[in-house]
Design a protein around this ligand. Structure first.
Ligand SMILES: Cc1cc2nc3c(=O)[nH]c(=O)nc-3n(C[C@H](O)[C@H](O)[C@H](O)COP(=O)(O)OP(=O)(O)OC[C@H]3O[C@@H](n4cnc5c(N)ncnc54)[C@H](O)[C@@H]3O)c2cc1C
Length: 388
């Protein structure tokens, strides 16, 4: 049986950034991706903060940027309620180019990329290594980084609590629309009938081209809800492509390390509980996971792996906690309460300025500084969830 120092499972942003940073330690790193092509199938809306992406020092990432925006218009039942303006521009990425850029960097740093290689199972050996099984091969590895994304089949089989990821089915279209949209302005529509309360996003790539989608716990309702929205919002619309996947709004798992196995990215719940967004956080956590596993491997001291949990929580734990409280409050709101909150914001603000939309902390703190809004949000937290 072949042996490797580090095996990474999953060729998304979490897995690729893990492999890049692990390989810098000169350790043998292998990455398994079940699909033939990196970045496909594509299902992500691709929004990421420009300043947070810049801080990751991914050379050449600007080539994967399709458009930018700094303004989000919030609508309540198709009526404009208020506007949020971000000082830091937000980028709309072409995820296929972006993921392939990471894959090229991984490959040129010496990572062995195994495409069309689905990992079927993982097993601990008597000497505490991990065996990785694909259809055609078996590897013995010192550390395994699980970056399989959602729904997290391997993680569940290993006993990680993937139920707490609170996965929501989602649908997204790439659509041509008329009348035209304004480049630089993303629309967020709050509509009755979405359970748990979620939103429809309209992200302009061009004046007549957008990504439009929504998430809801009932997969059968996704298409009718989205198409009914499109018919109300646009005179003409035409679907160019459709994708369905799940997002996670449950926040991070309680534990993301078990013996020699580390969880990174969506499968670890490292996504925003408010929106399910996780591109930047998966890269931040992947980079930490790669460094820790590289270090553990070179020093032959696998107790170092426990540092991963503490380190990524130090960088992102607070943001996730605040966003999880916001998600909890919204999950418990009836449409009437949610719309009255949005109407109160609309009366109080019309336009809200935030430093960086990406973390949302700024926005949440601004909203709860109003006593009226704060009491409605606290009231919701004390109620049971509106959906099961
Ligand atoms: C509709 C939608 C819209 C989104 N919009 C945004 C957004 O605007 N901004 C944002 O930040 N985030 C967004 N996200 C979330 C974002 O896509 C993820 O957070 C991000 O891709 C996390 O990357 P990951 O590497 O953890 O997982 P993934 O990107 O899902 O990658 C996991 C990889 O593992 C592979 N894999 C799985 N199992 C195996 C196996 N057994 N063997 C080998 N390979 C395997 C998969 O094929 C996949 O390539 C969105 C998600 C959805 C569904």
């Amino acid at each position: 049986m072949e042996t490797r120092d580090i095996a990474v499972i999953g060729g998304g942003p979490a897995g690729l950034s893990t492999a890049i940073s692990a390989s810098r330690f000169g350790v043998e790193t292998i990455l398994f991706e079940e699909h033939e092509n990196i970045g496909l199938p594509w299902h992500c809306a691709g929004i990421a903060s420009s300043s947070r992406l810049k801080s990751l020092h991914i050379e050449g990432f600007d080539k994967a940027v399709l458009a930018e925006f700094d303004t989000v218009d919030i609508y309540l039942s198709l009526r404009h309620a208020f506007t949020v303006i971000s000082d830091v521009p937000q980028l709309i990425l072409d995820r296929i180019s972006f993921d392939n850029l990471l894959a090229e960097k991984a490959s040129s740093s010496g990572v062995e990329l195994k495409l069309r290689s689905k990992v079927k199972a993982l097993r601990y050996t008597y000497d505490n290594l991990v065996e990785v099984y694909t259809d055609s091969a078996r590897y013995k590895c010192r550390v395994v980084v699980l970056a399989e994304g959602l729904p997290g089949v391997l993680a569940r089989n290993l006993g990680f609590d993937t139920k707490s990821l609170s996965m929501l089915p989602s649908i997204q279209y790439l659509a041509r629309v008329d009348p035209p949209l304004t480049i630089g302005i993303v629309e967020v529509h709050l509509l009755p009938g979405l359970s748990p309360p979620f939103f429809v996003w309209v992200i302009p790539i061009d004046t007549d081209l957008c990504r439009v989608g929504l998430a809801s716990h009932n997969p059968r309702k996704l298409k009718p809800l989205l198409e009914s929205f499109l018919s109300k919002r646009f005179k003409n619309w035409h679907i160019l492509s459709e994708s369905r996947w799940v997002i996670s709004v449950g926040g991070p798992l309680r534990s993301t390390v078990k013996k020699r196995i580390i969880l990174v990215g969506d499968v670890a719940g490292q996504t925003k509980p408010t929106t399910g967004g996780g591109i930047v956080s998966s890269i931040v956590c992947g980079t930490i996971a790669g460094r820790i596993s590289g270090l553990a491997s070179t020093r032959n001291d696998y107790t170092l792996l426990d540092m991963y949990e503490a380190l990524w929580r130090k960088f992102l734990g607070f943001n996730f906690k605040i966003q999880k409280i916001a998600r909890k409050a919204v999950d418990r709101m009836h449409w009437r309460t949610l719309s009255s909150i949005v109407e109160s914001i609309s009366r109080e603000y019309q336009e809200l300025r935030v430093v960086d939309l990406d973390t949302q902390i700024d926005l949440i703190l601004k909203l709860i500084s109003s006593p009226d809004l704060a009491s409605k949000i606290v009231g919701s937290l004390l109620k049971p969830r509106t959906y099961r």
